[in-house]
Design a protein around this ligand. Structure first.
Ligand SMILES: Nc1ncnc2c1ncn2[C@@H]1O[C@H](COP(=O)(O)OP(=O)(O)O)[C@@H](O)[C@H]1O
Ligand SMILES: [Mg+2]
Length: 360
């Protein structure tokens, strides 16, 4: 066997999302051949790649079929998270992907989804930051149990910097650490936007694969100002399945897509989709109907990124200061892991689209 034969065979394996073969995508590296043994590294676009096992099998089959039916194939997985950030952008330049989580209205579980998505991404090994920009109701201090541990300040190069708090394997900051909420409520868009900009530019975030931003709810001036100011990779909209909530999702989708703003919508997350009785974890009751968000996602031509059940453990975990996705045994953790996979997948697709359009 030769390296060339292996590459030739792997040219026939396509990444179904990126619609190109793995060799062209530069995803095959460090090929080593020793007799019947062939070993290489498959470099994925995210450690949260839901196609890992599929791609591994396709590679193996291609080599057995086209090179040697007796080859012993060993594939190591690694990842290099992609980015479409422009090199000229100064704001958060070491952050590869910035994902905003928005909602048509409050109380649908936007913060719950933002926080657990960030934890689930970090669980895969990605470098993750979480920024709570919800001026109306910052939730990270409580959900992370940080009310009594605000971030430290450090002096560096004659300047004072904010150190994001590290907990559960990710870095977090909340507007709630710095701003008295009763005062913030009367603030206007530009003031909020400059306070948040400070959290982004005067904090030492370091290199991140993903930064998740919990936006203020709704489609008013403040979320809009923020959307315009963050160099976003894309947005996620959270909704519950009731008709009333769905009407607001359309407005949220419009907010990301106006004449002047074009932020790719990565998809819709349906929260409180179904009820799972604690004593019958195999049962699912779709108390608000089964197809609400599925239909709407189709209508808006955006992916449905996942469905999260309604279970008391989610709100209890939030109140206790350790998000549910930190509990490896919880069934809900699996649901959030799936959301993380589909989000990371959509980000990779978006970055590939931007690259082919020459946005760099
Ligand atoms: N899937 C769920 N199951 C049970 N409780 C939930 C779920 N999602 C959110 N909650 C609870 O509902 C309340 C509102 O959620 P939150 O994430 O704060 O919403 P938002 O940020 O949209 O205002 C919180 O008390 C939260 O714990
Ligand atoms: Mg919230």
């Amino acid at each position: 066997m030769t390296k060339e034969q292996i590459l030739e065979a792997l040219k026939n394996v396509q990444d179904p999302d990126l619609k190109k073969d793995l060799v062209t995508l530069n995803m095959i590296q460090d090929i080593a051949i020793d007799g019947k043994k062939v070993k290489f590294t498959l470099v994925l676009t995210t450690p949260a790649c839901p196609l890992k096992d599929f791609l591994k099998k396709q590679c193996k089959d291609a080599i057995l079929k086209q090179v040697d039916p007796y080859a012993e194939v060993e594939i190591e997985l690694s990842s290099q998270v992609t980015t479409a950030r422009k090199q000229t952008e100064e704001l958060l330049k070491d952050v590869k992907n910035i994902i905003a989580v928005g909602s048509g209205k409050g109380g649908v579980g936007k913060s719950t989804v933002a926080v657990n998505l960030a934890v689930a991404l970090a669980n895969t090994g990605a470098k993750v930051g979480l920024m709570d920009a919800d001026i109306y109701g910052p939730s990270i201090p409580i959900m992370f149990g940080l009310q009594k541990e605000p971030p430290h300040m450090v002096e560096r190069d004659g300047k004072t910097w904010i150190m994001p708090v590290e907990k559960f394997g990710l870095k977090v900051l909340s507007i709630g650490f710095f701003v008295d909420q009763s005062k913030a409520l009367i603030w206007r868009g530009p003031m909020i936007s400059s306070a948040l900009k400070q959290l982004l530019t005067e904090a030492i975030w370091g290199e991140l694969d993903y930064m998740v931003i919990d936006l203020p709810p709704g489609t008013g001036d403040i979320p809009l100002t923020l959307i315009q100011n963050f160099p976003l990779t894309g947005a996620i909209i959270v909704s519950t399945p009731q008709e009333m909530a769905l009407a607001d999702v359309r407005k949220a989708a419009d907010m990301f897509n106006t004449d002047t703003i074009r932020i790719p919508i990565l998809g819709l997350v349906e929260n409180m989709s179904y009820f799972v009785p604690p004593d019958m974890p195999e049962k699912k009751y779709y108390i608000f109907g089964e197809s609400g968000c599925t239909k709407l996602a189709k209508e808006l031509s955006i992916p449905l990124l996942g469905q999260i059940p309604i279970v008391t453990a989610i709100s209890e975990a939030g109140d206790k200061g350790s998000p549910i996705a930190t509990d490896k045994k919880s069934l809900v953790t699996r649901a959030f892991a799936e959301v993380a996979e589909t989000v990371a997948q959509q980000v990779a697709i978006q970055n590939a689209i931007n690259e082919s359009l020459g946005v760099k």
